[in-house]
Write a protein that binds this ligand. Structure first.
Ligand SMILES: NC(=O)c1ccc[n+]([C@@H]2O[C@H](COP(=O)([O-])OP(=O)(O)OC[C@H]3O[C@@H](n4cnc5c(N)ncnc54)[C@H](O)[C@@H]3O)[C@@H](O)[C@H]2O)c1
Length: 430
């Protein structure tokens, strides 16, 4: 009854509002509960304790936001997060992430949000060094690798780190992830490996790159392609600038790699122009360093492994063909500068110091064994005669240039190779 009464009185008020009382009305209206001069919206708020409910709601909401930082500070200490087992590598960033094995969270709005980054081919030689640097910077890193040429050992030191994930996956198949950046490295890089299954190599370059570009488009991530100096083929221009279109045999034994990478560059630019994907292209020149596959046919790893094993170093052709050799940490710095910068590229990333194969053999002899000998063999098809990057574009726009000379970098690689060769003949596994 009470309720009915209330409703009817409410209705009468509403009617009152709709039909202004005439002067001659026989009824004298009850005194108005709410002031007639208030706008209707204010009257609406004042009725039926609505204002009270709004104030209580605001109070509850503010209490939650005031208490929330305190609760999140308490949370992880009670959880299963390791406190120190993940070691000092976790420290670093000053961005409110893991610091010295302790968990601390900076209130929202202070400090930079840490990024989640995918590195395809992250268990390989270059990829694993890139992963090290991204983790050290304070990012979350997801490695995608099918372990064709990559090894778990290259990233095993990150196992147990909650900021690191390893997914066994072939990039020829699509994958769905939520990330901010994609470094796309997955592809066998040495002639021995990419010629092993040429159809798979070109599939990796074309379908793998399509899949990762599709992912970048879907989630709005920035995409970086690691292309290669091989896109210049056997160059007619020396040194090679990014504007040079190359001199490539489209039907040779190296074409699965050279043309595959050229197509990957085309796809990258088409996704940029057609779908607005933010892209970056690096053209990498010969790179060496620890964790390269033993016996992968690349000239530096060949010479170093042979000299350590006391075998003659194999020089193909007359040994006068030239290459430039970049230490891996310089490349990683260049890739990150490119990803973080504003320029699409392509950018040559390499060390312009030029060596003939015979000069390289001399440096390896000096570093490992002065008595090492050389054995000449017939050259392989389509082997470029000269290769030397012009890096003025990267110097100017990325403020990047290599710092490590061959004589400084080689000993670092040699000690890694020596350990691996002495410990086990791990090269047979590849
Ligand atoms: N190292 C160099 O001198 C050099 C020069 C030019 C370009 N690059 C480019 O840099 C990238 C890395 O080269 P790297 O020297 O580290 O070679 P790498 O062979 O050591 O690494 C390649 C990685 O990709 C993985 N991979 C290959 N196919 C895959 C697939 N279908 N799905 C998932 N993972 C796959 C391999 O298992 C490996 O871990 C490559 O794209 C290569 O073309 C390297």
């Amino acid at each position: 009854m009470k309720q009915l009464h209330k409703q009817s009185s409410g209705n009468s008020i509403r009617r009152d509002e709709e039909m202004p009382m005439s002067q001659n009305s026989p009824y004298s209206p009850k005194s108005q509960k709410y002031h007639r001069s208030f706008p209707r919206s204010i009257n609406y708020l004042l009725r039926e304790q609505r204002l009270l409910f709004i104030l209580v709601g605001i109070l509850i909401g503010s209490t939650f936001f005031i208490l929330q930082p305190t609760l999140s500070r308490i949370g992880p200490q009670d959880s299963n997060f390791p406190k120190s087992g993940v070691s000092g590598r976790l420290g670093t960033n000053g961005m409110g992430n893991w610091v010295g094995g302790k968990v601390g969270r900076v209130p929202a709005g202070i400090g930079k949000r840490r990024m989640r980054i995918v590195v395809t081919g992250g268990a390989g030689f270059v990829g694993s060094h890139l992963v090290d640097k991204l983790i050290a910077r304070g990012d979350d890193v997801i490695v995608i690798d099918n372990f064709f040429t990559g090894r778990k050992e290259n990233v095993a030191h990150h196992f147990g780190n909650p900021r690191f994930e390893l997914i066994r996956h072939d990039v020829v198949e699509p994958i769905l992830l939520e990330v901010d950046q994609i470094y796309h490295l997955a592809c066998p890089a040495s002639p021995v490996h990419y010629k092993y299954n040429p159809v798979k190599t070109i599939k990796t370059n074309v379908m793998g790159t399509l899949n990762m570009l599709g992912l970048a488009k879907r989630i709005g991530a920035r995409f970086l392609l690691t292309s290669t100096s091989e896109v210049y083929g056997d160059p007619l221009e020396h040194p090679q600038k990014e504007t040079y279109w190359g001199h490539v045999n489209p039907i040779g034994v190296r074409s699965c790699y050279d043309e595959g990478k050229r197509t990957a560059e085309t796809l990258t630019m088409d996704y940029h122009r057609g779908a607005d994907v933010e892209v970056r292209i690096a053209r990498i020149f010969n790179t060496y360093g620890p964790r390269m596959c033993l016996d992968d046919g690349r000239v530096v790893s060949n010479f170093v492994a042979q000299a350590i094993r006391k075998e003659p170093m194999t020089v193909y052709g007359d040994g006068k063909q030239t290459r430039s050799f970049q230490y891996v940490s310089d490349l990683v710095d260049g890739l990150m500068a490119l990803m973080e910068g504003e320029h699409i590229g392509p950018f040559n990333l390499g060390n312009p110091g030029e060596f003939t194969m015979l000069e390289l053999a001399e440096v390896v002899k000096e570093t490992i064994d002065p008595s090492a000998s050389i054995m000449f063999k017939e050259n392989t098809a389509d082997d470029p005669h000269k290769r030397k990057p012009d890096i003025s574009k990267a110097k100017e726009l990325l403020n990047w240039q290599p710092k490590v000379s061959l004589r400084d970098g080689l000993p670092l690689m040699v000690s890694d190779f020596r350990n691996r060769i002495l410990n086990q003949d791990e090269g047979k596994a590849h």
